[in-house]
Design a protein around this ligand. Sequence first.
Ligand code: GAP
Length: 450
Amino acid sequence: MGSELTMDKLVSLCKRRGFVFQSSEIYGGLSSAWDYGPLGVELKKNIQNIWWKEMTQMHDNIVGIDAAILMHPRVWEASGHVENFSDPMVDCKKCKTRFREDQMPEEARNTKVCPDCGGELTEPRQFNLMFSTHMGPVADDGNMVFLRPETAQGIFVNFKNVLQSSRVKIPFGIAQVGKAFRNEITTKNFIFRTCEFEQMEMQFFIHPDEDDKWFEYWKEQRWAYYTEKLGIQPDKIQWHQHGPDELAHYAKDAYDVEYEFPFGWSELEGVHNRTDFDLSRHSEYCGKPINYLEEETKERFTPYVIETSAGLTRTVLTVLSDAYEEQNLGTDAKGKDDIRTVMHFHPNLAPIMVAVFPLVKKDGLAELAKKIETELRSDFTTFYDQSGAIGRRYRRMDEIGTPYCITVDYDSKEDDTVTLRYRDSMEQVRVKVEDLAATIRKGIKDYKRV
Ligand code: GAP
C-alpha cells in the first residue's frame, strides 16, 4: 500500500529530519557534495560497523587497515589510473555545458547536438577523474599529488607490510573503509554519485588457480550481507555481469550488485577478479618483488585478488530508499487520508533504536520514563520525548525509523509495566520494565520486515 517513492520525497525527508544536508547550503550549496546530519551520521556509522564486523570479526582471515588519502604519485601510474581513469567528455560550444558522451541520449550522440540548448558539441575528449593538488608551498609538477579515487591502492601497497606484521596466510583479506574522490561530471541523484564519497573495500588475496572458487564465495557472501544483515528486500537487488566493454582495465571478471533506486537499477557494489594486475604493476613500478611464498609447497607466486568494493555513502542511499514507505491508514477524524510515512530500517541500522515517552509530563510519569530511558542507554541508542500527543510522537519516530517505542502511563506506576510499540506492525504489547531490554534484544534478533 502507499504511493511511490521519488528522489524529491527522499531528499526532503532527509533534510527535514536531519539525515543529509546540501554542503555549504547557506552559500547556495556546492553541487555534488553533501553533509550527514545527526541521524545520517548514525545511520552511516551503523552501516560501516556492520560491514566492518562482517569482514574482520566474522572472518578469521581478514584484517583491517586505514591508509592515507594522499599517496605517492607513482601509485596512480602503477595502478593505471593516470592512463585509464577517464571518461569521454563533450562540451557544448554555445551553453558550455559538459556531458559524459557515454551517458548522453542516443539522439544527441548521433546528431552531435546539445540536449540542453541545441548548440554544437565538441569532439569527445578524455577527461581524467582524479582530483590533483600540490603538497608543500610551491605548486609545480614535481609535487603534484592526487586525492585517491579508490581506497584499494592503499591496500595493495601495504600487502607486504601486512603479510610481514600479521602472520596471515593465503587465502587472506585486507579490509578498509575511507574517503575517495572523483571529479564526476554527472552528479544528479542526490548522494548516489558524488565527487567526495566513502568506500568499503576488501581485497582477498588467493592462489591464482582458485580465483573462480573465491569469486563465487564472495558473491554469495555479499548477497547474504545485503539481504540478511542490512535487511534489503531481495526483489530490489540483482546481479549484473560486466560485458567486455564495461570491464575496468584491471578486471578479468566483474559482477555488480544493483539496487532498484527510484531512478532505476544502478550499481551498489562491485565484486571484481583483479587477477595479479595490481601487485605485479606495483612490483614493476617500485622495482621490488611483491609476491608470496607458500611454505608447505615452496611455491612462490603473485597472488590474485578478488575484490568486494561497496560505496558506503551509496549504501546509505540504498538503505534510505529501501526503508521508505508511505502507508494509507484510511481516513482520519476530519475525513482526510491518514498517511503514515515509515522508514523500515533493520533495527541494527536505525539511528535511534528505542524511544521512551511519558503519556503525560505530570504525576511523576516523566521522571519514571526518564529513569527507564537512562537504564536502557547502555544497551541501545535511545531517545526521550515528552512533547505533543502520543500519536504524533509515534509518527515522528516512524518517520525516522525507530523500531521500538515505549510509553509510560499511570498503570506503570502501579504494576511496573509499560507499553512497547512495534514500528512496522504498530502492534502494542504490555511488558514488565525488568523484561524490556531482553524483549527488545529478541525483537532485534528475530526481526522480519512487515
Ligand atoms: N576499487 C574498485 C572500485 O573503486 P568502482 O566500481 O569504481 O570500483 C566501487 O567503485 C563502488 O564505489 C561503487 O559500486 C559505488 O558504490 C562506489 N562509488 C564509485 N564512485 C562513486 C561516486 N562517485 N559516488 C558515490 N559512490 C561511488
